[in-house]
Write a new protein. Structure first.
Length: 66
């Protein structure tokens, strides 16, 4: 795997953790769940920029980031 794919994989793990946390704890008490989604949003922009500028486009990236 190359770096944009690592970033995408990390983002998917963050989203999974956020969804699991959403159902286990009260989201109003713990704002970190929203922070996880915000970090995932930023990572989406970073990996897209990184893949385009370094010309590191892959089939995995095309699937997860259409």
């Amino acid at each position: 795997m190359i770096k944009p794919n690592h970033i995408t994989l990390f983002r998917l793990i963050l989203i999974l953790i956020a969804f699991v946390s959403w159902y286990i704890v009260n989201p109003q008490k713990y704002p970190y769940i929203g922070i996880l989604f915000y970090i995932a949003f930023l990572l989406d922009a970073v990996d897209g920029w990184f893949a385009r500028t370094k010309d590191l486009k892959t089939d995995v990236g095309r699937y997860f980031d259409p």
